[in-house]
Design a protein around this ligand. Structure first.
Ligand code: ADP
Length: 397
């Protein structure tokens, strides 16, 4: 069975085709500059990677272009479109309406429409991607796999904000979290490794956007991102958690209007704003190595915040069996892992410095560490493909 996984953005659409018999990717690619001119990069495994300029005025045309590449005799890997059993769409925010992976119908699309305000940058493009696929592949089932779904098991004390209750209800304001598909994948892998379905795990997804989750017996019980992906630890260009009073103060003093403030908090803060160097941790590290104090402070800040979340979530779960690192920083930056988990013997956390430095090493805890420490490359697309297959096969999710 072939499942196509689609991640639609405003002017781009990433795709991967999975052969679910082997659970391997057989082809992947990227449609870029949708609505501008159009460029397609396609790579069938074992064949040469191709790049083509193809007009893509709409997302539907981008979908047509990718289907043509997948079915092309020379660069493709399937005979025709009917070989694709279903399409799985990555959805960033499902609000309180879409709380698990689901087959698309009119009601589901109407529910997704309601999420526009909660994730304005993502929901519109997702809808364009879904409708584009429905237009090009009208008889192929479409499934939504939703990033906020994994966090729906949080208890009220973890997801509630102390604002007037009626307003929170009226505007569906609560903690939803993000990166749920990644937290679900890596915590599932950790449970497999530990052989304990009741394990207490902290998963650290540290990338351009970063979030940390507490997973108890396979269920998310807390997470650092909030109503939107702004909350939590310092990120590439997002501020993470700050005193909310800073927002009106800066709006007044700097004359920043409300509609610009959100973009400012998302794009001008974090590593970029604090270091003044870049939103990319590699650049920040290079600057710190040359003596840039603000760059070093940005690095120290992230490590300190990770440490605090690990401690807080160990308290929330009344124990800790495992800490998992994933995504760009989590998988690659051994110094960040070491700094974040330094001086945590009290919690039974002891890193093996040497193993930690070996790229690709899975277990990085010391032999006598009570808490296991794992580096697990995330694979959100595989989760999307698996859920999509399960749904079209009639399995309960
Ligand atoms: P996104 O959230 O956009 O998917 P990624 O998960 O790719 O982002 O993570 C991007 C971050 O990972 C950047 O800050 C980048 O500097 C960092 N990163 C990637 N590779 C390395 C590396 N080898 N060493 C340190 N940081 C890295």
């Amino acid at each position: 069975m072939f499942i196509l996984v689609v991640n639609a953005g405003s002017s781009s659409l990433k795709y991967q085709l999975f052969d679910m018999d082997t659970r391997e990717v057989v082809a992947k690619g990227l449609c870029e500059r949708i609505g501008i001119d159009g460029k397609l990069t396609h790579n069938t495994v074992g064949k040469e990677k191709v790049q083509k300029d193809i007009p893509m005025p709409t997302h539907a045309q981008a979908v047509s272009a990718l289907v043509e590449s997948l079915t092309d005799k020379e660069i493709g890997c399937i005979e025709d479109m009917s070989a694709i059993s279903a399409v799985g769409h990555r959805i960033v925010h499902g609000g309180p309406w879409l709380i698990k992976s689901v087959l698309v119908d009119d009601k589901v699309l109407a529910d997704l429409e309601k999420c526009r305000d909660l994730a304005p940058l993502h929901t519109g493009p997702h809808l364009l991607g879904i409708r584009g696929c429905m237009e090009v592949m009208p008889s192929t089932p479409q499934v939504l796999v939703i990033d906020t779904a994994f966090h729906q098991t949080m208890p009220p004390e973890a997801y509630t904000y102390a604002i007037p209750y009626e307003l929170a209800q009226k505007y569906a304001i609560r903690r939803y979290g993000a990166h749920g598909t990644s937290h679900r994948y890596v915590s599932g892998k950790a449970i497999e490794y530990l052989g304990d379905p009741n394990a207490k795990i902290v998963t650290c997804h540290l990338g351009n956007g970063s979030s940390i989750s507490a997973v108890n017996a396979g269920k998310c019980v807390d997470t650092s991102m909030g109503l939107t992906p702004l909350e939590g630890v310092i990120m590439g260009s997002r501020c993470g958690s700050i005193d909310p009073a800073i927002v009106p103060l800066l709006m007044l003093r700097e004359g920043i209007p409300a509609d610009k403030m959100g973009a400012w908090l998302n794009k001008q803060c974090g590593f970029l704003g604090l270091s003044g160097v870049s939103s990319d941790l590699r650049d920040v590290r290079a600057a710190a190595a040359q003596g840039n104090g603000r760059a070093k402070l940005a690095i120290d800040l992230l490590a300190y915040q990770i440490k605090k979340y690990v401690g807080a979530y160990a308290a929330a779960m009344n124990g800790l069996d495992c800490v998992v690192f994933t995504a760009g920083i989590g998988e690659n930056d051994s110094e960040m892992r070491a700094l974040a988990l330094k001086d945590m013997e009290y919690f039974g956390i002891k890193l093996d410095e040497e193993k930690n430095r070996v790229r690709g090493c899975f277990e990085i805890h010391a032999d006598d560490s009570k808490v296991k420490i794992l580096v697990i490359p995330t694979n959100e697309e595989l989760v999307i493909a698996s859920d999509t297959m399960d749904i079209v096969s009639g399995k309960e999710i």
